[in-house]
Design a protein around this ligand. Sequence first.
Ligand code: ZN
Length: 413
Amino acid sequence: MRTDPDTGERGRRGGLTGEDSRCLWGDDVPHIDENGAVSFSGLWGLGRGLRNCAPLVRAMSLAPWGGGTILRYHSVNDDPGWAGDYVQRSLVVPTEVFDRQVASLVERHRVVGVPELAEAIASGRRVDPRTVAITFDDGYEDNYRCAFPILRKHGATATFYVTTGAISDASILWTVALRHAIRKTEAPGLECGTFGSCSVDLSTPRAKERTIAFITAVVKRCGEGEALDIVSEVLEACGSSRQTFDSRIMMTPDEIREMHEGGMTIGAHSVTHYNLPSLTTDALVREVGESRQALEELLGCEVEHFAYPNGRTNRHFDARVASVVAEAGFRSAVTSISGPVSLRYPVHCLPRLGIVPHDADVRWLAADIQHARLSRPNHSSLREVAASSDSRRAPGGGRDDAGATDEGQEAAS
Ligand SMILES: [Zn+2]
């Protein structure tokens, strides 16, 4: 099991919310043939013997629980000062790697937008297992500068979930502000009133990463006011402020508009990026509704898709949150729980596969997609939303021209 270069966290996939599957696949890369079938040479499943079982793996892809896959990116950037200082290094994909990944996805899969997938699920149609959707969270400026040209070059579409309060750096994303302040401070430690007598170590880069992870986890468990207090206190203790950045971090309205006009889907990702289940219902309704309204005013059209923020939190959505998102008019919402897009999961809690560093090798990417679409996540939040869902799917429905097929109805449960 390997560790994250930034956080020191051990790989976690194998559970349902894991971001890192390296422990599962072992150290060897999988083999992918010209038809896109994947076999494995690591410790996974039956081990090395599976290298010669491509037909078996291909047959597994026909399993009734298979579905499409939504990929989750954050940042595409080559600036060495960006990865680590602003965004966790493991969430930043180099442009050359993203170029290769999109080329591979276009070649081996059907790359469609989230709207097409959501429509298929809402209409009760089985999703073609070859279907893949590309998504980005947060709204970083490199989404426009680096990712958008590559997507256009390959004729691919993607969905960008924007944190509306942070557009044009109006209010820097609190995760970015915290990370930057702690990485840049020369103070050896922090003693904030918020943590009582608890002092945190900032003496080494590794200690700083542990502190970032710790404070982030604390903030995610707080309501809006308390979270804001903690972030402000840490920034002050580090001698930082939300205005102390050398360059722009988030996209501008013009950039978002240009991507929308260029065939990309723009979705909402809340206003402030605080953890939604931790908020009061009033604050939750504001976060969801105002993010939609801001984007609709910016784009002049309906904004129908939402992504729950703080995916690395075990509980980043629940039935109450999903209900508010549906009532606000969003037709779909994506989570950060790894799994397939299929009729098994309500359209307001669609699983996604987080891109991890080893996916720089497109054979790993293909293997991770295969694993995600054959998995059956059983996360408590998914169960909760499924149980409370009033089945927003329309009955029946014919064939559409995107990610759905009518080749057999998948049993919804
Ligand atoms: Zn986010």
